[in-house]
Write a protein that binds this ligand. Structure first.
Ligand code: FAD
Length: 307
C-alpha cells in the first residue's frame, strides 16, 4: 500500500475513536477546523455564498451532519434543509444544496428518509433549486441510488455523486446516464475495503479520468469535483481539443481548499462551484479533510505546539 493511502486509512481509523473525537471537539477550532466550514449559522453561510458569488463562484451548501439515529432527529434535519432553500431564495444568491441521506434518516429506514427527502424536494421545486445527494460509504450506495431514482420521478433537478475509488462506479455512471441524472465525480473520502475499492491511488486517479471522459463524451452535464491539478489540466486539454462547450460541465472544490485556484478558473470562464459546509457538527467532515492530506496533520501539530 502507498504511504499516503496508509496515512489516510490510519487517520480515518483514529478518528473513529471516542477519545480522539473528544480531544478534537475540544480543541478543533484551534486545530484549524474552522478553515473548512463557513460558520455555525445559516446567516454566516449565506454571507459566504454572497462573497463567493461576487467572484463568479457558484455554491452548494451543506448543513454539516451525518447519520442520525431516530426519526425525530431526521425530520428536524430535513426542516433545516427546507429553511436553507428558503434562505437561499430570499437572499437571491446562486446556490443549491448538498445532502447526506444518512442525515435524513437512511439508517432509521428508507421510507423515513424518502418522506423527508420528498418534503425537501417540494421546497426545491418552490424555490427552483438543485439538490445534490452526496455519496457516503459503500454500505449506503445502493440505498442512496434507490432513493434518488424515486425522487427523480417527480423532480428533474436532482443528482448524485460517484466515487472513482469504487469498482462499481463505471456501471453506476452508465445507469445514471441512461436515466438522465446529473453526476458529480469525486475520488471518494471514506475508508473502504479492497473488495470494493481500488487500494492504489494511481488506480483511483486513472478511474477518475475514465469516468469524466465517459461523462463528457455522453454530452451530459457533469460536475468535476477535485483539487487535483493533473486532472484539471487533463480536462482543460480535452475541452480545447474536443471543443467541449464550457456549459457542459463545472469544476467543484471544497471551501477552504485551493480558493485562489477556484477564483482563477472562474476568471478563465469556467463554471466553478464551491462546496460550502456550515453548522456545528463539523467533526466527521473535518477528519475526512485531514485524512486526505497528511500535510494538514502537520498544520494541526504546529497549531498545537503554538497554543
Ligand atoms: C465539491 C466536492 C464534493 C465532494 N463530495 C463528496 C461525496 O459526496 N462523497 C465522497 O466520498 N467524497 C466527496 N468529496 C471528497 C472527495 O472524494 C475527495 O476525498 C477529495 O476531493 C480529495 O480528493 P481530490 O480529488 O482533491 O484529490 P487528491 O489526490 O486527494 O488531492 C489532490 C490535491 O488537492 C489538494 N487537496 C486535496 N484534499 C485536500 C485537503 N483536505 N486539504 C488541502 N489540500 C487538499 C492537495 O494539493 C492534493 O495534493 C467531495 C469533494 C469535492 C471537491
Amino acid at each position: 500500500m502507498q504511504s499516503s493511502q496508509f496515512m489516510r486509512q490510519a487517520i480515518l481509523k483514529v478518528a473513529s475513536s471516542p477519545s480522539f473525537s473528544r480531544f478534537v471537539h475540544r480543541y478543533g477550532p484551534k486545530l484549524g477546523a474552522r478553515r473548512f466550514y463557513a460558520g455555525e449559522t445559516l446567516k454566516e453561510a449565506i454571507e459566504v455564498v454572497r462573497r463567493l458569488n461576487a467572484e463568479d463562484i457558484l455554491v452548494t451548501l451543506d448543513h454539516l451532519g451525518e447519520s442520525v439515529t431516530n426519526a425525530e432527529e431526521a425530520a428536524a434535519q430535513a426542516d433545516g434543509y427546507i429553511d436553507i432553500l428558503h434562505a437561499i431564495h430570499a437572499a437571491g444568491v446562486n446556490a443549491g444544496v448538498s445532502i447526506k441521506l444518512t442525515q435524513m434518516g437512511l439508517d432509521v429506514g428508507q421510507d423515513e428518509c424518502l418522506a423527508n427527502m420528498r418534503r425537501i424536494v417540494e421546497a426545491a421545486k418552490e424555490t427552483r433549486r438543485f439538490i445534490r445527494i452526496d455519496m457516503e460509504d459503500s454500505q449506503h450506495t445502493d440505498m442512496t441510488l434507490a432513493v434518488l431514482h424515486e425522487l427523480r420521478k417527480s423532480y428533474p433537478r436532482i443528482g448524485t455523486v460517484l466515487q472513482s475509488y469504487l469498482f462499481r462506479s463505471q456501471n453506476d455512471l452508465a445507469m445514471l446516464q441512461a436515466a438522465d441524472i446529473s453526476v458529480r465525480i469525486v475520488k471518494g473520502a471514506y475508508l473502504e475495503p479492497p473488495t470494493v475499492a481500488f487500494p492504489l491511488k494511481s488506480d483511483v486517479d486513472q478511474n477518475y479520468l475514465r469516468l469524466v471522459d465517459m461523462a463528457l463524451r455522453a454530452g451530459q452535464y457533469v460536475a468535476i469535483a477535485t483539487h487535483d491539478e493533473n486532472i484539471i489540466h487533463e480536462v482543460e486539454g480535452w475541452v480545447n481539443e474536443r471543443k467541449i462547450p464550457l456549459d457542459k460541465f463545472e469544476f467543484q472544490m471544497l471551501y477552504g481548499i485551493r480558493m485562489s485556484r477556484q477564483r482563477e478558473l472562474a476568471k478563465q470562464g469556467y463554471r466553478v462551484r464551491c462546496y460550502v459546509p456550515f453548522g456545528t457538527d463539523w467533526y466527521a467532515y473535518y477528519t475526512r479533510r485531514l485524512a486526505e492530506r497528511p500535510a494538514n496533520i502537520l498544520f494541526v501539530l504546529r497549531s498545537l505546539l503554538r497554543s
